[in-house]
Ligand binder design. Structure first.
Ligand SMILES: [Zn+2]
Length: 309
């Protein structure tokens, strides 16, 4: 989130959210499908689940102003959150909306924690649930080749994403690498990034074959693992020698797209002083989801609501 967006949130959105009453806030999340969308009645009748689609009704249910009701069992109200991503969350609806807005704008956990009044652990637990959904979407969208195509350019590169933990003799561990493929026909560029064990030809070219559509021109630097990319059926290959210049004066080939992609990818890492090994994949999936569904604060927020509905 840039300063302008942050100020907009603080001065406009946050005061608006705090004036919502619980029923309005809940109704908004119901409208967006976050709560109460196609939820089936869980009640067991003669050893079979009722399965009736539950209706959303305004009423006082524990601390909430809406609940779910089954037409077959109208006296048996169910929490409006039943069956949603937030079924066990302690956040009230206004805090949830505040959380979702800040998550969608990439705000840091400490800041989200301040705005919602909830602990960092609570925020992290919610992040984890959402990132799992983002992973499912990205897995689906990248199962088949999805980048480039006739006349398009995909820039590829590897980048250092930190070091393995120090070993027992205190030496800094092996460098960790990520490999990125960036379709430059989208603005902002749309990428696929994976952590790789090795940055050799077998590993990197397998990822190129897997993710790039025929007809694409691959742009890379002169790292030796890229030798032979031109032999992959359906692909052309142009290289720029970084030791000589960043833009090849003869071919115009450059890798600025991917350089700026790396800068964007690593920006939050710099602030948080690196990420843990186990959360790298989560973060990369989050980044890839943002390439596809992010944008202005409002666009990302609405796409996030669609994701969790
Ligand atoms: Zn029922």
């Amino acid at each position: 989130m840039n300063d302008e967006e942050r100020n907009f949130f603080k001065n406009t959105i946050l005061p608006m959210i705090s004036t919502l009453d619980d029923e309005q806030a809940t109704r908004y999340l119901v409208q967006k499908g976050v709560f109460g969308q196609n939820i089936r009645c869980p009640k067991m009748v003669n050893n079979q689940q009722c399965q009736e689609i539950l209706q959303v009704v305004p009423c006082q249910y524990k601390t909430e102003k809406m609940a779910l009701k089954c037409i077959e069992h109208p006296r048996n109200l169910i929490s409006i959150r039943f069956g949603s991503l937030f079924s066990s969350s302690k956040l009230n609806v206004r805090e949830l909306i505040t959380y979702l807005w800040n998550f969608s704008s990439g705000e840091q956990n400490e800041v989200i924690s301040q705005y919602t009044g909830r602990s960092r652990q609570t925020v992290q637990a919610l992040n984890k649930k959402i990132r799992l959904l983002q992973k499912e979407v990205i897995d689906e969208e990248t199962r088949n080749p999805s980048l480039g195509g006739p006349g398009k350019v995909v820039a590829v590169d590897e980048t250092c994403i930190g070091h393995r933990q120090k070993n027992h003799v205190g030496r800094v561990g092996k460098t960790r690498w990520a490999f990125g493929l960036v379709d430059t026909s989208y603005k902002p560029a749309r990428g696929i990034v994976r952590e790789v064990e090795r940055r050799d030809a077998a590993t990197l070219q397998a990822l190129i074959r897997r993710h790039v559509l025929p007809g694409t021109t691959i742009h890379s630097d002169c790292w030796r693992a890229y030798t032979g990319v031109e032999l992959i059926p359906g692909l052309a290959h142009r290289q720029v020698n970084h030791q000589l210049n960043f833009v090849d004066p003869n071919t115009g080939v450059h890798t600025q797209h991917i350089e700026s992609y790396w800068a964007k990818l690593k920006h939050p890492w710099k602030k948080q002083k690196g990420v843990h090994k186990q959360s790298t994949e989560e973060y990369l999936n989050h980044r890839m989801w943002l390439d596809r569904y992010g944008g202005s604060g409002m666009k990302t927020f609405l796409n996030l609501l669609t994701l969790i509905s």
